[in-house]
Design a protein around this ligand. Structure first.
Ligand code: HEM
Length: 209
């Protein structure tokens, strides 16, 4: 069992650096450091990289609770806020790449694109849903909102579904990769349903005392 001190002093900073690595990697590629480069479609590559890491981090955030149930320990929860904030940061950077590099701040084109292309509408919805979660992710907001905080933060499930949907819809040919993400998400959300059902059974209630 990890002590609270080691988690906060060692493992959270280590996790922070690991979460930063995909961002560092893409920046190194943008500036062609050490012979790295982005290939023939640099904007698309930056956008895809940030989008896929945004989705991966949403999945990792959603893995914390089932993992905690599995190992019957509380410490994984300590990583959840950091993972969630990184998920939002990557998704926002993905969106900003679209706004700045892809559309050059052409707001009317952006609005038209988001309203007329369903895969962008659903992606935008996912991002918007994550905004209140990012704002209220601090301890003080958690304390202020009490039980309502947990209810609000269930929006991450909807954001995960919308993010996967957006990924599935934007793929032109081979849908294998988005289907893998959809399968993982189904397991992660399914685990919560099973846990809820189990928690309601009389034996489970007795076990919990
Ligand atoms: C939670 C929010 C979002 C997530 C998780 C997400 C995730 C993703 C993923 C995984 C991809 C495919 C990457 C790949 O092919 O490897 C993608 C592509 C794309 N996303 Fe998002 N996205 C989000 C929001 C948005 C928003 C708000 C926009 C713009 C309005 C957007 C625009 C795009 C575009 C244009 C592509 C296709 C890029 C290309 O041409 O390859 N996404 N996104």
């Amino acid at each position: 069992m990890l002590s609270l001190h080691t988690i906060h002093r060692v493992w959270i900073p280590v996790g922070f650096i690991i979460c930063l690595l995909p961002m560092v990697w893409i920046v190194l590629q943008i500036f062609a450091v050490g012979g790295l480069g982005l290939g023939p479609n640099p904007i698309e590559e930056i956008q895809d990289w940030l989008g896929i890491w945004g989705l991966r981090l949403i999945m990792m955030t959603l893995t914390v609770t089932p993992f905690r149930w599995l190992i019957r320990q509380h410490w994984p929860v300590r990583f959840r806020r950091m993972l969630g904030r990184f998920a939002f940061t990557y998704c926002l950077a993905h969106f900003l790449t679209y706004v700045v590099l892809d559309q050059s701040f052409d707001w009317s084109a952006i609005i038209e694109d988001i309203t007329e292309r369903p895969y962008l509408t659903i992606g935008f919805a996912a991002l918007v849903l994550m905004v209140p979660l990012a704002i209220t992710s601090s301890h003080s907001w958690r304390r202020k909102l009490g039980r309502r905080w947990q209810i609000l933060h269930r929006l991450i499930y909807v954001a995960g579904i919308a993010g996967c949907w957006h990924f599935y819809w934007q793929v032109k040919k081979d849908v294998t990769e988005p289907l893998i993400y959809i399968a993982i998400l189904t397991v992660l959300l399914g685990a919560r349903v099973v846990h809820q059902l189990y928690a309601r059974t009389p034996t489970a209630s007795k076990e919990r005392g």
